[in-house]
Design a protein around this ligand. Structure first.
Ligand code: PEP
Ligand code: MG
Length: 326
């Protein structure tokens, strides 16, 4: 298997019928960077910047942040990297930064973009470090846990202010700057066209989106096998997102655990995703599936099955049978 995956690294990332699908990797620390070459990933689809904060004893200084971001961009050698602004709160706690309010539901609480918009100093420092590290290169920034479009506008203001600040001091700026949002909160599903127009790209955080769509705690082992993302309702959600991206010419990707298992990756491609980001170890197995995938047949499969009444249709089993038959 490992041999096969190594061979596949040199092969184009296309389906059997020649449609390109970008396979990117998730990362978060400097130790992950060698995986970029080893996995053959097309880039980093999700760089979780909060990990540097989580392994530290106190807030990492601006210089340390800038150094990490620069190291990441150097290691990427021109491959695209998407940096997510710090996603703390919820399941990601910093021991040295306690919320003064006792939260009964931290997953629904003061976290991610909500927290950084309330503590703009944190966001400003990070944005400045990212802008400096990406001088002369492309920079892609992604905002976690967006709930309403106003949050994107507010974050953009902070970003633009930092850009103006750096250019005033004649800093070397990024050659291009793209701002995207993570789609993790169901409220965005009801304003998809507006969302697509408000950003340069969207990335579905399927771990959180599934948690909120199904009302199931992502960390609760008692419920871990109870509901399936490879199910008619959730695949319909994902298809609507992919369709809205195509309709608005906004690149859409997905960077949750779902992208890392061949059968669910196949479902994602079938409903229209052309870019997915996963743990580096998953790239080999997913690429092995991709290069064997007859996409036109899979699209016909979904056209037949996704609009059927959802009453208990075992779409995962049908997909598995589709894969086994081929
Ligand atoms: C997600 O929610 O799917 C995601 C990629 O972000 P995280 O797992 O870091 O919350
Ligand atoms: Mg998330």
């Amino acid at each position: 298997r490992q041999e096969l995956y190594r061979e596949l690294r040199k092969k184009p990332s296309v389906t059997r019928d020649g449609v390109q699908v970008d396979l990117l990797m998730n990362a978060g620390l400097a130790v992950d960077l060698p995986q970029l070459v080893e996995s053959g990933a097309a880039g980093i689809g999700l760089f979780r910047t909060e990990l540097q904060f989580m392994v530290a004893a106190t807030f990492p200084r601006a210089e340390a942040q800038e150094k990490l971001y620069r190291d990441v961009l150097e290691a990427a050698r021109g491959k695209p990297v998407t940096f997510r602004t710090i996603d703390i709160g919820g399941d990601k706690v910093l021991p040295y930064f306690k919320n003064a309010t006792q939260e009964e539901n931290p997953a629904l609480g003061w976290r991610a973009i909500r927290l950084t918009l309330d503590r703009p100093g944190l966001l400003r420092t990070q944005i400045r470090a990212l802008l400096k590290a990406a001088g002369g290169r492309e920079l892609k920034l992604m905002l976690p846990m967006v709930t309403e479009l106003g949050e994107i506008a507010q974050a953009r203001e902070i970003i633009e202010r930092e850009v103006r600040h750096l250019s005033r001091f004649a800093h070397h700026l990024p050659t291009s700057l793209k701002v995207g949002a993570m789609l993790e909160v169901p409220s965005l599903l009801f304003q998809l066209d507006e969302l697509m127009k408000a950003v340069d790209f969207v990335s579905v955080g399927s771990n959180d989106l599934f948690q909120f769509v199904m009302a199931v705690d992502r960390g609760n082992t008692q419920l871990a096998d109870r509901f399936d993302p490879v199910s008619i309702p959730f695949l319909r959600v994902l298809k609507q997102i992919a369709d809205a991206g195509h309709r608005n010419d906004t690149p859409v990707t997905l960077c949750g655990e779902l992208a890392g298992k061949p059968i669910s990756a196949m479902a994602l491609i079938g409903v229209g995703f052309r870019s997915i980001s996963m743990s580096p170890a998953a790239i080999g197995p997913v690429k092995a599936m991709l290069t064997e995938l007859p996409l036109e047949e899979l699209e016909a499969f979904f056209a037949d099955n996704l609009n059927q009444p959802a009453t208990g249709m075992p779409i995962r089993a049908l997909l598995q049978a589709f894969a086994d038959d081929r």
